[in-house]
Design a protein around this ligand. Structure first.
Ligand SMILES: Cc1cc2nc3c(=O)[nH]c(=O)nc-3n(C[C@H](O)[C@H](O)[C@H](O)COP(=O)(O)O)c2cc1C
Length: 372
């Protein structure tokens, strides 16, 4: 395997109060090791290891807001309540002690089902009581539920800032609650939270972003994670054209988002190949071009297979970084998130920095069974 010059990945990056030493972000990855939703020493040690390994910015596993059915698996950590927040305080202190920077990914799983079929014990909630088009599950949210969810996101963001986190990421991707509002397949509402256009269906997300901005003040950077694809339908798309993408993203940036985290399963796939060809801009590239906001790309960096295959137990071998380096050199996006490669090897960043790509292990799906 060739070892390209990765210098471009090691240029500093700043946004609002956040100064990063390099462009590499640890992607948010649910691990499910928080008994009763309380993170503690194992999580602090896990994230601290990645900070020691040189990750520029760590995004936590999805951690849920204060709504009755905001998670779909028992081991998902809460981001509310004294005990869970005390655990998160230990996490951020451990990351800071190693010189790292970190933000929690705040989340509501909507009407999705977790992998183990766990039941939260209260009805799940979503815009229209749908899991996918034509697939009812749980209850449609009332306007009061919506207002409470918006406040719960804002409280979680305020708690993140109060505990000392460096940023916060709102999870608006992958077919979970916020994305269920974006998607016409799961949002059939007749009120102001629904509508025929992506701009109308973005109202819920816009209110969350505005409330989060009001809660954290002007200096704290806000990241919003988005995806065209859904776990319910990999081929679903919210924006079929750049104009529609601008209709979707610009109001969210105007509401207060600093960084758009544009989730793809493979970062090299062009978003609108009919416009700029098979080697054209990816989702993060188009999002940056259309809005001027900073963007994070993601998806199979340094690995041969994509992450949904990993849930099916598939492992991946390590691959070269040439394509990534090329895109970052042309400033297509600002930051790159790395998921499984950082589960496999906490020192991945340090190793690619030294050009020691031959040491990289690839990803063995069995490593998801423990938190190390
Ligand atoms: C075990 C695992 C858990 C994940 N959990 C989350 C999550 O909580 N929130 C999220 O936005 N994405 C989640 N993802 C997706 C990753 O953030 C990332 O987008 C994906 O793994 C692609 O990056 P990679 O190919 O470098 O692994 C998860 C991925 C994996 C492998």
């Amino acid at each position: 395997m060739s070892a390209p010059d990765t210098e471009v990945l090691f240029r500093p990056f700043s946004i609002r109060s956040l100064d990063l030493p390099n462009r590499i972000v640890m992607a948010p990855m649910t691990r499910g090791f928080a008994p009763q939703g309380i993170p503690g020493t194992p999580q602090a040690a896990y994230y601290q290891r990645r900070a020691e390994g040189g990750v520029g910015l760590i995004l936590s596993e999805g951690t849920v807001i204060d709504r009755p059915a905001s998670r779909n698996m028992a081991g998902i950590p809460l981001f509310h309540g004294e005990a869970a927040l005390a655990g998160w305080k230990d996490v951020i202190d451990a990351v800071h002690a190693a010189g790292g920077k970190m933000g929690p990914q705040i989340w509501h799983t909507g009407s999705t089902m977790g992998p183990d079929g766990w039941d939260p014990g209260v009805p799940v909630e979503s815009p229209s009581g749908l899991l996918a088009p034509g697939q009812p599950r749980g209850e449609a949210m009332s306007e009061e539920d919506i207002a409470d969810a918006v406040s719960a996101f804002a409280r979680a963001a305020a708690d993140a800032a109060r505990l000392g986190f460096d940023t916060v990421e709102i999870h608006g991707a992958h077919g979970y609650l916020i994305d269920q509002f974006f998607w016409s397949g799961t949002n059939a509402r007749a009120d102001r939270y629904g509508g025929a256009t992506i701009r109308e269906r973005s109202r819920f997300a816009g209110e969350i972003v505005a409330a989060v901005r009001a809660a954290v003040g002007p200096d704290f950077p806000i990241i919003l994670r988005l995806s065209q694809w859904k776990q319910q339908d990999y081929l679903a798309r919210l924006a079929e054209t750049p104009d529609l993408m601008a209709d979707w993203l610009q109001p969210l940036v105007d509401a207060g988002v600093d960084v758009l985290h544009c989730s793809q399963r493979r970062f090299w796939e062009p978003e609108f190949p009919e416009i700029d060809g098979e080697r054209g801009l990816n989702f993060a590239g188009w999002a940056k071009k259309l809005t001027g906001a900073a963007t994070i790309s993601v998806g199979s960096v340094g690995l041969s297979g994509d992450f949904m295959a990993a849930f099916g137990g598939e492992s991946s071998t390590s691959t070269a970084l040439d394509g990534l380096v090329e895109r970052m050199e042309r400033d297509e996006f600002d930051l790159i998130a790395v998921g499984r490669a950082l589960i496999a090897d906490p020192n991945w960043v340090a190793e690619i920095g030294k050009g020691e790509t031959a040491k990289l292990k690839g990803f063995d799906a069995a490593t998801l069974g423990e938190l190390v």
